[in-house]
Design a protein around this ligand. Structure first.
Ligand SMILES: *[C@@H]1O[C@H](CO)[C@@H](O)[C@H](O)[C@H]1NC(C)=O
Ligand SMILES: *[C@@H]1O[C@H](CO)[C@@H](O)[C@H](O)[C@H]1NC(C)=O
Ligand SMILES: *[C@@H]1O[C@H](CO)[C@@H](O)[C@H](O)[C@H]1NC(C)=O
Ligand SMILES: *[C@@H]1O[C@H](CO)[C@@H](O)[C@H](O)[C@H]1NC(C)=O
Ligand SMILES: *[C@@H]1O[C@H](CO)[C@@H](O)[C@H](O)[C@H]1NC(C)=O
Ligand SMILES: *[C@@H]1O[C@H](CO)[C@@H](O)[C@H](O)[C@H]1NC(C)=O
Ligand SMILES: *[C@@H]1O[C@H](CO)[C@@H](O)[C@H](O)[C@H]1NC(C)=O
Ligand SMILES: *[C@@H]1O[C@H](CO)[C@@H](O)[C@H](O)[C@H]1NC(C)=O
Ligand SMILES: *[C@@H]1O[C@H](CO)[C@@H](O)[C@H](O)[C@H]1NC(C)=O
Ligand SMILES: *[C@@H]1O[C@H](CO)[C@@H](O)[C@H](O)[C@H]1NC(C)=O
Ligand SMILES: *[C@@H]1O[C@H](CO)[C@@H](O)[C@H](O)[C@H]1NC(C)=O
Length: 381
């Protein structure tokens, strides 16, 4: 399909996707077969929905965009659905997703169910900067510091209701060790889902901020210090957390004041927490904390997750010895974890980790129970 032809089809696409949007509010999977769209074919867009944009490091007649962000910026700022297919390559850029409509970013691959075979790598190098950020405005994405953080005004309108990334790698390689926040991904005032996607940084790799609902499925998230941080709601399913060292905690969460009731917090389910490699494994044995409270309203749960021997006997830890930030509401919890890093006696002795009963776990036991508007945008493949 030529670029010229796809732009002619734009108005057709919009009326076509209006129908799909209605379906999408009830459906969980994409309205097309992504395996066919992502496969490497003579016409790379074969199998993709009409109007799919193509990005390649080498512009040809089929790929009119040489950066992913230029393709994103070409889309109308409205509620229409869009899909972007990205050809193999290393893209040195920062992605900002601010439009409200559903957007799918697909990496070309022959192995759509294997993140280790991803062919598309997006790289950014910046202290405090994101590699990919999903938020309607810059202000709505701000983190702030201290126990309360940045006071985002209450009048921000919600951003995208359905952003999805499949088979992409996001790296913020500011420095090869913890040196302040260097985010690979940020999500605020948006629903964003990542499948078979890998995130690499050392500190604050994943940030989910105010009214951020983020779903991760079969992903890899690598970090050293506080590498899941924020005050929104990520659900991490069947994924690998790679420990590149131990600093702070794996999760650094805080309570949030929003106008919308939600079960903010970080939920890691049916996943694995393992050292990044065997040499680091020897250095960090028994040293990594599951998390610490950015403020005392921290909520996080590791459930039915494999914990390697890198995890400390007490599980979670206080913020610091001089400022523990742990009180009766602090909710640093586990349910049914296993592996050498699971130590019930150690958890009891530490007195900061809550070990949940099945009944206590039940009200958090699925993404539809914790995201503010349910999980209709979650693809459970
Ligand atoms: C999607 O396409 C692949 C490759 O053609 C095929 O194997 C698979 O069965 C299709 N999936 C569905 C749900 O149709
Ligand atoms: C690209 O353009 C060439 C020359 O016009 C044409 O022969 C070829 O089929 C085009 N390729 C695709 C994939 O559209
Ligand atoms: C770029 O695309 C052109 C036309 O398809 C091709 O001849 C060339 O080998 C490509 N270059 C690279 C570096 O892929
Ligand atoms: C997009 O949809 C939302 C929710 O239905 C609506 O409030 C908003 O006005 C729509 N925006 C545009 C640009 O159509
Ligand atoms: C993304 O947003 C940030 C913050 O507004 C800005 O500094 C950066 O230039 C933006 N990047 C792109 C590619 O638009
Ligand atoms: C996934 O891809 C990696 C890298 O190509 C390969 O080594 C591995 O065997 C693949 N895993 C499966 C289950 O196919
Ligand atoms: C929530 O808002 C109240 C009132 O503005 C403020 O006193 C409190 O510190 C806030 N708490 C958090 C955790 O942001
Ligand atoms: C939102 O509120 C801030 C101050 O709280 C104000 O400066 C801004 O103009 C408001 N924006 C809109 C779109 O109403
Ligand atoms: C192991 O991982 C650490 C942390 O990312 C890294 O510094 C080190 O170079 C890695 N070692 C090997 C042998 O890959
Ligand atoms: C994903 O789930 C399968 C099936 O339960 C399990 O074997 C695998 O270890 C899980 N992956 C991770 C990274 O935990
Ligand atoms: C800490 O110890 C107190 C006193 O025994 C107990 O009430 C509380 O539940 C313990 N907290 C945790 C998280 O184990």
């Amino acid at each position: 399909m030529s670029v010229f032809k796809s732009s002619l089809n734009r108005s057709l696409l919009i009326s076509f996707t209006a129908t799909l949007l209605v379906r999408a509010s009830h459906a969980t999977s994409l309205p097309f077969n992504r395996t066919e769209c992502q496969a490497s074919t003579t016409d790379p867009l074969q199998g993709c929905p009409l109007g799919t944009l193509l990005v390649g490091t080498n512009a040809t007649n089929t790929s009119s965009f040489t950066s992913i962000q230029s393709a994103i910026l070409s889309l109308p700022r409205d509620n229409s659905s869009a899909t972007i297919l990205i050809l193999p390559g290393v893209y040195e850029e920062q992605l900002n997703i601010t439009r409200p409509g559903p957007l799918n970013l697909l990496g070309q691959t022959e192995s759509p169910l294997n993140a280790s075979s991803n062919t598309v790598s997006v790289i950014w190098h910046e202290a405090t900067g994101n590699d990919v950020n999903t938020a309607p405005t810059l202000e709505s994405s701000l983190t702030g510091s201290g126990p309360t953080g940045y006071a985002v005004p209450a009048n921000i309108s919600f951003g995208t209701s359905d952003f999805r990334a499949y088979n992409l790698d996001f790296t913020n390689d500011y420095l090869p060790y913890s040196a302040g926040p260097s985010l690979a991904v940020g999500v605020s005032y948006a629903n964003a889902a990542f499948y078979y996607t890998r995130f690499f940084s050392y500190q604050d790799t994943v940030y989910v901020g105010k009214r951020g609902n983020a779903y991760f499925h079969q992903c890899v998230i690598a970090g050293q210090t506080d590498f899941l941080y924020g005050f929104g709601t990520p659900w991490i399913e069947n994924s690998t957390l790679l420990l590149r060292g131990c600093g702070g905690g794996i999760t650094a969460w805080k309570g949030t004041n929003t106008t919308t009731p939600n079960k903010y917090g970080v939920y890691v389910h049916a996943s694995s927490v393992v050292p990044a490699n065997t040499s680091i494994a020897a250095d960090i044995k028994g040293k990594c904390s599951l998390g610490r409270p950015w403020n005392s309203l921290h909520r996080s749960i590791f459930a039915q997750t494999y914990l390697s021997e890198a995890i400390r006997a007490e599980g979670y830890t206080a913020w610091s010895s001089s400022e523990p930030r742990v009180d009766a509401v602090t909710f640093m919890a586990e349910f049914d974890d296993f592996g050498p890093g699971w130590d019930l006696e150690g958890r009891k002795a530490g007195n900061v980790t809550r070990v949940l009963t099945e009944e206590e776990w039940f009200s958090f036991s699925g993404p539809e129970k914790v995201f503010e508007d349910g999980a209709a945008w979650v693809d459970e493949e």
